[in-house]
Design a protein around this ligand. Structure first.
Ligand SMILES: C[S@@+](CC[C@H](N)C(=O)[O-])C[C@H]1O[C@@H](n2cnc3c(N)ncnc32)[C@H](O)[C@@H]1O
Length: 316
């Protein structure tokens, strides 16, 4: 299903200009899954307590930067969309649609009679997305946890691209998606995995240590899940036909600053949050040094790892 693009490369140029969780499910899961849930409840992959992810820290500048930098998410989003086999005339919900680039691409696939709805909690990003709106493509502010503005059984496809690892109450979100899908409708998502962190996460961690900055885990939060947990969560919500794959994605960043801007805008203010300007300066300098080891003729090469998954709501 995901076989065409097992390893994908992105080049991020230097032209960027702007600057309960599982409580319900955990008790039903096998013991080894419960441990993973415990990691996500209170600790990040490094074993440090993490602060809650905030949706209040976004800024117009971060939203503008994301609009430029999110070609990374757009490229792997197309893999997800391929796997969902979306066709003309279908009704699609994009949860966490950000600035709307992928939703616009999907609107082109479902045209002329289909419809794509994008929702995202971040007003600045929805405003940018709304500049893409057209017949059959609309955006509004909304969260995955509350799809009450959508009636039961009205979508052929619901997808989340680079969003699931930001969501705390995953069982609730999966239940809501199940509700709004038609019988036979498809869900698609991708997510980070705390047991297989992106190379950049490890490098940031090393940069923090070198800079002598106390890490509380809030500087690079993620609520990702490993593959087994993901399958268990999706199946527990009632979906069948689960197909999943851990994929390696290769990015080339022009320089450390480009990588930091991409991370900061992708994390809507949660990245390196809580550090003083001086500490941030030290961490950036250390990260730049560390990244030099990864320089290639194409740029600084870093790998990311995402689980991709699709499943269906049963026909009856
Ligand atoms: C890395 S961006 C991905 C945006 C877009 N899907 C894309 O492919 O470019 C993560 C997005 O998840 C959204 N998000 C975070 N928590 C969310 C939640 N609880 N419900 C819906 N979206 C959420 C953020 O607002 C942000 O726009």
């Amino acid at each position: 299903m995901f076989s065409h693009h097992r390893q994908q490369e992105n080049f991020i140029s230097s032209t960027l200009t702007t600057r309960n969780i599982y409580n319900g499910v955990a008790t039903r899961l096998r013991p080894e899954y419960r441990n993973i849930c415990a990691v996500d409840r209170g600790e990040n992959l490094m074993g440090h307590a993490h602060a809650a992810i905030s949706l209040e820290k976004d800024t117009p500048e971060l939203a503008d930067t994301y609009e430029e930098a999110s070609v990374v998410q757009f490229d792997h989003g197309k893999i997800l969309i391929d796997a969902l086999r979306i066709g003309p005339g279908e009704r699609v919900l994009d949860i966490g649609s950000g600035t709307g680039r992928l939703a616009q691409y999907v609107a082109g696939i479902v045209a002329p009679t289909g419809e794509v709805f994008g929702i995202d909690p971040l007003g600045y990003r929805v405003a940018i997305a709304q500049s893409r709106a057209s017949t059959g493509l609309s955006f509004s502010v909304g969260r995955a946890e509350d799809l009450s503005k959508f009636a039961d059984g009205q979508f052929d496809v619901v997808y989340l691209n680079s969003v699931f690892h930001w969501i705390e109450d995953k069982p609730r979100v999966l239940r809501e998606i199940f509700r709004v899908l038609k019988a036979g409708g498809r869900i698609g998502l991708n997510t980070q995995d705390p047991s297989k962190p992106h190379q950049s996460r490890l490098l940031v961690r090393a940069a923090l240590a070198r800079a002598g900055v106390q890490v509380d885990g809030a500087v690079h939060p993620s609520l990702g899940v490993d593959g087994e947990t993901l399958e268990a969560l999706v199946t527990a919500a009632g979906f069948n036909g689960y197909r999943g794959e851990l994929r390696t994605l290769v990015d080339f960043h022009a320089d450390a600053e480009t990588l930091i801007r991409w991370s900061a805008s992708s994390s809507f203010g949660n990245f390196l949050f809580g550090l003083s300007d001086t500490e941030q300066g030290h961490v950036r300098a250390m990260l730049a040094e560390l990244l030099e080891d990864k320089r290639t003729p194409k740029g600084i090469r870093v790998e990311r790892y995402l689980h991709f998954a699709t499943a269906q709501k049963p026909l009856a």
